[in-house]
Design a protein around this ligand. Structure first.
Ligand code: HEM
Length: 676
């Protein structure tokens, strides 16, 4: 079991004397001061000391912390119409107006009928390539950035770009950036208002209130302008277009103001939540190399490096999903929400009065030991193949009729972000202690999330038998096809199962794949030592020393090395050298003394320049097509490895594609040929 400790905070509660269960706090104020100080820790203490459903005084009115899943099921599902969003939602209205997250009744239902289908899996699938291209762009930026970065801020910037692109599509990214800046300013203001003692203070003409009002007005006007511009100039299909086309139950289009409120809602609901969940995830990954290794292994095996995966592929990433789920259990970025009771009700034997507030806190519910044994321990295994003990004991996306409609979107986005970043970067912690949280509207890392990054650059070995089942191998074969079939016009061979392969492929073959900057730079196919292969049968002279046959187990056959044709000749040489270096090291690890390859005089020069120190085996021959062919042997020893580490300044004349065995492949009659 892999575990990692996340920091937890404590505050002293201010509970009533033993007896009445209501937590009264201070006269007039009730527990408001505690809630302002550290609300998650305070609520957790309440549940620990008084049980998972507990009343408390909030100024003049009463609120219930309902943390028990049975109570949540009643409030959020069974009797949901009795619990509406009022008191706390009002505080968000300056920004979100009457959008889906802050409205009730028919207004809410009309919005929900439009928003929910916009975010269903088929729609998310259609948005995946846009999400992926933003995630890739951001991961590239991080990889090129400094080695110490605040991945909290950067993750929120990324999720905002994603929302802006999928929501506003063609509209300028400048609009999105301005929305973000304005939103940053209003976030803190909103959090303060949520736990403020008196609503009238929000209306006072203080400098802070004026700045808050101005920031809200700016952003709302900006979005309205965008809407008007789009109405006048219809653009491509994006979420904005869907909102403009949407009609309410009476068949009327949404007004500009209604569209604005929905846009603001999706911006706010969809960006900080996802960004902060990612921020907490980077911390977990950085602090636990084993989780990082396992995640990367799963992502490389399933998420193609050269194209966008399907939603089904992302959902099938079991370990990735489990890590994200566990992060959302302990560090739920949406850490609380609230309702107000419309009429009197009974919840788990407690009498709720009309007008009472209900506080739901994922932070608390996700830590109830009854449902989450060893609750403070980070352990993704609890989600592998297991469902939560109670449906309402795990509610990172809420539950019932107001469940977050953006769950599929968020999970796909976070999985893609993990894939694109971990393919490029190794993460390590920048501080000895885990970050504390700051509980504003969302639960975010206090003071950011500094993480150390360094390029992940690695040689990965994948078996030929994984064809069709390993994303990295399949991408390597696509690269091979691009080089050999599309550029050089070689015939493409397909075996009885319809799998693409060349003459020398066997199930025992393996591919060293060099990955850098999240992309495949080079790949080769190597055949294991110790077995007679087609190569060996066709070119017996290559393995004959004057007089004696070379023992097979000491020979590794290498053929068809491809480097990315989109890179320069210089880079191509670099990747070729890296690939050879990794191959030599691997061969040494397997106790093999030589790599044998079929080549031609041009490629021989490439190998010499790369530092592979090839030795000719026999004379240069001519194959059936009259091409020059020769066998080469590369010694697998420290001298070769050392020589491959060196740099060679002059190879600009070389072709950017480096190919071993080109002539050999042409000489061998294809087993079954289909030209691509
Ligand atoms: C990790 C990311 C996310 C988390 C943890 C999260 C969490 C939540 C929660 C807990 C609620 C329910 C609040 C309540 O019942 O009062 C909610 C509502 C909502 N979320 Fe999310 N959310 C996330 C991402 C998104 C995304 C990406 C979008 C849009 C693209 C989105 C759009 C919404 C909307 C529109 C609502 C209001 C639904 C309604 O009231 O009917 N969320 N979210």
């Amino acid at each position: 079991m892999s575990t990692i400790a996340l920091g937890s905070q404590n505050v002293e509660g201010c509970f009533a004397d033993s007896g009445p269960r209501e937590i009264r706090g201070l006269p007039f104020l009730g527990v408001l001061l505690n809630l302002r100080k550290d609300p998650p820790a305070f609520l957790m203490n309440c549940a620990r000391e008084h049980g998972p459903i507990v009343p408390m005084r909030l100024g003049a009115h009463r609120a219930w912390l309902v943390a028990h899943p049975d109570g949540l099921q009643h409030i959020l599902r069974d009797n949901a119409t009795n619990y509406v969003k009022t008191r706390f939602a009002e505080k968000l209205k300056p920004l979100l107006g009457n959008g889906v997250a802050t409205s009730n009744g028919e207004t809410w239902a009309a919005s929900r009928r439009v928003i929910h289908p916009m975010l269903k899996p088929t729609e998310v699938e259609a948005l995946l390539s846009q999400i992926d291209s933003e995630a890739t762009k951001v991961a590239d930026e991080w990889a090129a950035g400094p080695t110490l970065q605040d991945l909290s801020r950067k993750s929120c910037e990324m999720t905002l770009r994603v929302i802006a692109r999928t929501m506003l599509g063609a509209e300028t990214s400048d609009t999105a950036e301005r929305v973000v800046r304005a939103m940053d300013e209003v976030q803190e203001g909103i959090s303060q208002r949520i736990w403020s003692l008196f609503s009238f203070t929000e209306k006072l003409p203080t400098a802070r209130n004026r700045a808050f009002d101005a920031a809200c007005a700016d952003v709302l006007e900006l979005v309205l302008e965008t809407i008007r511009h789009r109405r006048a100039n219809p653009g491509p299909r994006d979420m904005l277009a869907a909102l403009l086309e949407a009609k309410d139950a009476e068949g009327r289009h949404f007004s500009d103001e209604q569209v604005r409120d929905e846009i603001m809602t999706i911006f706010v609901a969809g960006h900080e939540t996802t960004g902060n969940t990612l921020a907490w995830t980077w911390e977990v990954i950085a602090r636990n190399p084993e989780i990082q290794r396992r995640l990367r292994e799963e992502l490389l095996a399933n998420v193609p490096t050269d194209c966008t995966p399907s939603l089904q592929t992302l959902r099938g990433l079991q370990y990735t999903q489990a890590v994200l789920q566990e992060v959302m259990r302990l560090r739920s970025s949406a850490w609380w929400f609230a309702r107000t009771a419309v009429a009197d009700d009974e919840v788990m034997g407690h009498h709720i009065k009309a007008g009472d507030s209900i506080i739901v806190s994922q932070y608390v519910t996700h830590r109830l030991e009854e449902f989450w044994p060893d609750a403070e321990t980070f352990d993704p295994e609890r989600f592998l193949g297991n469902k939560p003990a109670h449906k309402f004991s795990y509610i990172p996306f809420g539950a019932g009729q107001r469940t977050c409609p953006g769950g599929h979107f968020a999970m796909a986005e976070m999985s893609l972000a993990l894939a694109r970043v971990l393919m490029r970067l190794d993460l390590a912690p920048a501080t000895s202690k885990p970050r504390d949280y700051q509980a504003l509207v969302t639960l975010r890392p206090k003071g950011g999330m500094p993480i150390r990054t360094r390029p992940y650059r690695s040689a990965i070995w994948v078996k030929q038998s994984d064809v069709g089942g390993h994303a990295l191998l399949d991408a390597a074969l696509r690269l091979r096809r691009e080089v050999f079939a599309e550029k050089l016009g070689w015939p493409l061979l397909v075996d009885a199962e319809g799998r693409e392969r060349d003459q020398f492929d066997t199930d025992d073959a393996s591919y060293p794949i060099i990955l850098a900057g999240g992309r495949i730079k080079a790949c080769a196919r190597t055949l294991p030592a110790g077995k007679p292969t087609l190569l060996y049968e066709v070119f017996p002279h290559l393995v004959e020393d004057p007089g004696a046959k070379r023992p097979l187990r000491n020979i590794w056959e290498g053929a068809r090395l491809a480097t990315c044709p989109r890179v320069t000749a210089r880079e191509s040489m670099e990747w070729c050298r890296e690939l050879l270096y990794q191959s030599v090291l691997q061969a040494m690890r397997e106790g093999v003394t030589h790599i044998l390859t079929v080549s031609d005089p041009v490629l021989e020069r490439v190998l010499i320049r790369a530092g592979a120190r090839p030795k000719r085996l026999g004379p240069v021959m001519r194959d059936a097509n009259g091409f020059e062919t020769l066998g080469l042997r590369i010694a697998c020893d420290f001298e070769t490895a050392h020589s491959l580490c060196g740099t060679d300044p002059a190879f600009s004349r070389l072709d950017s594609m480096v190919v071993f065995g080109r002539r050999a492949a042409e000489a061998v009659p294809p087993l079954e040929t289909r030209v691509a």
